[in-house]
Ligand binder design. Sequence first.
Ligand code: NAD
Length: 275
Amino acid sequence: MSEEQAREMGLVVVGAAGRMGQTLIRAIATIAGARVVGAVERAGSPDIGKDAGTLAGVGEIGVPITDDPLPVFARADGVLDFTTPAASIEFAGYAAQARIVHVIGTTGCSAADDAAIAAAARHATIVKSGNMSLGVNLLAVLVEQAAAALSADDFDIEILEMHHRNKVDAPSGTALLLGEAAAKGREIGLRDNSVRVRDGHTGARQTGSIGFATLRGGSVVGDHSVILAGTGERVTLSHHAEDRAIFARGAVKAALWARGKKPGLYSMRDVLGLA
Ligand code: NAD
């Protein structure tokens, strides 16, 4: 173990007052080798100045929430970021300047957003994934295998997801991650072969397309099913997230893994050895 890795990794949580931000603060408190050295929220947030630990319910940790990322990035080894696409792009620039690890869980990024993050990864070590849990990343491997084994002529692929009523993007980052896995198994591009919504007189289903359906309601943390529907039989591969802590623990694991790695854009499959 290098001297750097022997030292606890100092992490900044951006979006510290959000659902995932607070879950991250609680998770870091239980993980050896990492500690919170900074907490950032958007300017104007009512939580600026509050202690991040107190807000997350783990007691005071001596880290006040600030709206000024630069001073806290300067004393950190890594950033955990579950915010919005615009904020994540801004933070990718700061993390690259500070030469620290950037773990991005934010979903809903456009192709242009993803290009900006890939550009930042030329100078920064970034781990980005639409889902940081072990279960979903294993599911993606299984989906890729199933999509390759069951041909497009015989099996249609549909991806169904449900999330809580406050989620702002659709389909979910996880649904898209699973769609990418299915497309990879079929050796096709997802962008040109996906049906993201259906409404009205749509006509018959196009062979080889990958369909998405989105449900929103209540407090659901995240349910995903990939359905491979053939004539007379159906295979369903599912994951049910019951607690956001699985994403938070995955994000901290990603940060610890990425420490000391050369700049580049990594995924959770790299972190988990499933690539
Ligand atoms: P949330 O709205 O509860 O939290 C987001 C927080 O980010 C808010 O507190 C907001 O004020 C803050 N924020 C926005 N702009 C900011 C800025 N410029 N600077 C600092 N803070 C800023 O949302 P959430 O449920 O915590 O989800 C956040 C994101 O994470 C979403 O995109 C969601 O889809 C994604 N997510 C990913 C995973 C995964 O495993 N990859 C898991 C869960 C959620």
